[in-house]
Design a binder for this molecule. Sequence first.
Ligand code: GLN
Length: 305
Amino acid sequence: MIDYQAVINRIISEANSFLGKGKIADYIPALAEVSSDRLGIAVNLVDGRTFKTGDADIPFSIQSISKVFTLSMVVGAIGEDLWNSVGREPSGNPFNSLVQLEHEKGIPRNPFINAGAIVVTDRLISLYPRPKEAILDFVRSIAGNADIYYDTRVAISERENADRNMALAYFMKSFGNIHNDVEMLIDVYCHQCALSMSCSDLSRAFLLYANRGVNPQNNVRILTESQTKRLGAVMSTCGFYDESGDFAYRVGLPGKSGVGGGIAAYMPGKLAISVWSPELNNFGNSLAGIEILERFTTDIQRSIF
Ligand code: GLN
């Protein structure tokens, strides 16, 4: 039987060897204020056991991890139709790249690069009259925490520096692939990225995927088995931008990163794990977070492969 607490304690005790090598995201000024030595790990098993260490209960800006939640909401509501407007192939390009969009006529490569997530949020706005409240309700229900909120300072800071995301949205609108007002769309998008959650919150939320689409908080099915499989497939091929192949190679779990330094990942039928370390590598993924997850799956000798 695996002693998960001992595994994560050992990994965090070795953390000095992989801290201080990355760079905190500063293109959103409010994100740059986080202290670089934050480090947390939380593991939740589908059988209800939980393990955590370090800063696992300190909320941080989940940024692009939110793309999994909005995608789940939209796929749960409109199903396969979404894939007419967003692809599901790895992009091989940075998360905020514009280059593929012109060749591919405004259809983003996948829902986890910014362009794809912006289309998903656009569809979510068409589905829900109060989209920001709907996102909060969804995340609170799967994380089992009614105190989850948007960090409005981060949302405003991102909104004030959103020229590139605005450009992506207007460009896609010119191809007919954005249906709502772009200013309003980017406001909702900046808020979803500014969701403030801890590693413990994220691991509880990601149990939804480990639990094959049934919310473990109340046993209500939110996604079909097939939808859950497909979300997992997209997480494992596209969840880490142009580092997705390397993440699969080193870690071997479906998951999603954010430029706040968080990563949430899961093993179907078994567990969810979240890590937070704000320093990023050149791909915009948590440098220590990937190291920790690689050590974790190496130590427990399990992955999806
Ligand atoms: N809010 C960020 C952005 O749109 C999200 C990017 C990320 O976490 N990779 O630029």
